[in-house]
Design a protein around this ligand. Structure first.
Ligand SMILES: Nc1ncnc2c1ncn2[C@@H]1O[C@H](COP(=O)(O)OP(=O)(O)O)[C@@H](O)[C@H]1O
Ligand SMILES: [Mg+2]
Length: 384
């Protein structure tokens, strides 16, 4: 593999620490509007890798992270989530010009920051995101370490996840309208396709697979954007062998394709399957395979037939679901872009497409209270 995703873990074994420029002191760095410039992020990332590879350079964590703590240039406002690997925070940066900038900060759980495997996985997400520039994929602004805890700064998505939307709708005994479901799924396909098409400097496909596409990793914003998040277990081919050796199943089992539970090498069609499960879930109000984890794994493994979609599901839509959920990858859409095309055709046949502003209104109708509460909190902090 060339260029974009060097097997940087090799640095760990080597005696030569990677050479990294020191950006921290430069005026350009401080004043830069965005840190998403790929070259800059790469250098910044290398700096973090070097720091985390050399424990002598890493000072101990000064204090536990909490609202009010400062990480890099950001003040933490509130904790949004605690996942298996990281905390996610809303953070704000006050520029010397007086401008204020909100961002999401993802910090590796302190308990994992001494485990190199987790530090690598966490920083891999930063590396991958620094190469992806697409409206349907959350963008990265910065990467760094706070004490011994690595963190990434992500663009702020003012909204919530598809799983939060599903919960909000369920509480009102409502369902996702078909046209909205198609919009969400179509946008996910666009973001995924862009990630799948990532190439190295020689033009070779990096064979990125997200591996964890599910409603909790799809965000919808107040402005009607759909963004894929959490490339934390996404891998390009150069890390795959290692992953397969460790044999750990990462991601949510209900959304896993047969080849994923069988521990075969996943590819872009594995993500197509997961998007198929998302669409099935939105249409059928249930998952294709339900039960405890061993039972779900068994059903996926043996290709149990999925329960039929609700009567009345338009044929073109049912066809999309079944094609995405074909047991053999060669029988699925071969690319997320193909699936997106099928979604567009279905739109044309069965319902009017939902324009972005209408989708934004839908998001605000059902997720508006969370969004509003966060806005108010942010305003209170900014007023201080
Ligand atoms: N860029 C972002 N803007 C706003 N909220 C975010 C952002 N990224 C993540 N979140 C919130 O944090 C949660 C966890 O983020 P995620 O990246 O999925 O981490 P995990 O590995 O813990 O699942 C998401 O479900 C979402 O609610
Ligand atoms: Mg997640």
């Amino acid at each position: 593999m060339g260029g974009l995703l060097p097997p940087w873990h090799e640095n760990m074994a080597g005696s030569e620490p990677p050479k990294v420029p020191d950006f921290s002191a430069t005026q350009e760095w401080e004043d830069s509007d965005t840190f998403s410039g790929t070259q800059r992020l790469k250098a910044r990332w290398a700096q973090v890798v070097a720091e985390t590879n050399d424990p002598r350079l890493v000072p101990a964590l000064p204090a536990p992270l909490e609202p009010g703590s400062t990480i890099g240039r950001y003040e933490l406002v509130t904790r949004l989530a605690k996942g298996g690997m990281a905390f996610v925070w809303m953070g704000v940066r006050r520029r010397s010009s007086g401008a204020k900038e909100v961002a999401a900060l993802k910090t590796l759980l302190p308990s994992l920051s001494h485990d190199r495997a987790f530090v690598h996985m966490f920083l891999d997400e930063a590396k991958l995101l620094s190469e992806i520039h697409h409206p349907n994929v959350v963008s990265i602004r910065d990467v760094g370490t706070h004490g011994d805890v690595p963190y990434v700064v992500l663009e702020w998505v003012e909204g919530d996840t598809l799983s939060a939307l599903l919960r909000a709708l369920a509480a009102k005994s409502k369902e996702v309208p078909l046209a909205i479901a198609l919009r969400i799924v179509g946008e996910c396909c666009l973001g995924l396709h862009n990630a799948h098409e990532l190439r190295d400097s020689r033009g070779e496909l990096l064979s990125v697979v997200h591996r964890d596409v599910s409603p909790s990793n799809i965000m919808m914003s107040s402005t009607g954007d759909v963004k894929l998040i959490d490339f934390g277990v996404a891998k390009a081919t150069d890390r795959l062998a290692e992953q397969t050796r460790t044999g750990v199943l990462k991601g949510k089992v209900s959304y896993m394709a047969p080849e994923q539970v069988l521990r075969a090498v996943p590819d872009r069609r594995t993500d197509v399957w997961a998007v198929g499960v998302v669409l099935y879930r939105l249409i059928a109000q249930r998952l294709p395979y339900e039960g405890d984890i061993p039972s779900v794994v068994r059903q996926i493994k043996y290709g149990e037939p999925v329960p039929p979609l609700p009567a009345g599901t338009p044929r073109p839509v049912a066809e999309i679901v079944h094609r995405a959920l074909a047991r053999e990858p060669q029988d699925r859409f071969q690319t997320a872009a193909d699936m997106r095309r099928a979604v567009q055709y279905a739109y044309a046949e069965v319902c009017a497409p939902v324009p972005k502003d209408q989708f934004a209104r839908f998001v605000m109708t059902h997720l508006g209270s969370t969004i509003q509460a966060r806005r108010e909190l942010l305003n209170r902090v900014l007023a201080q």
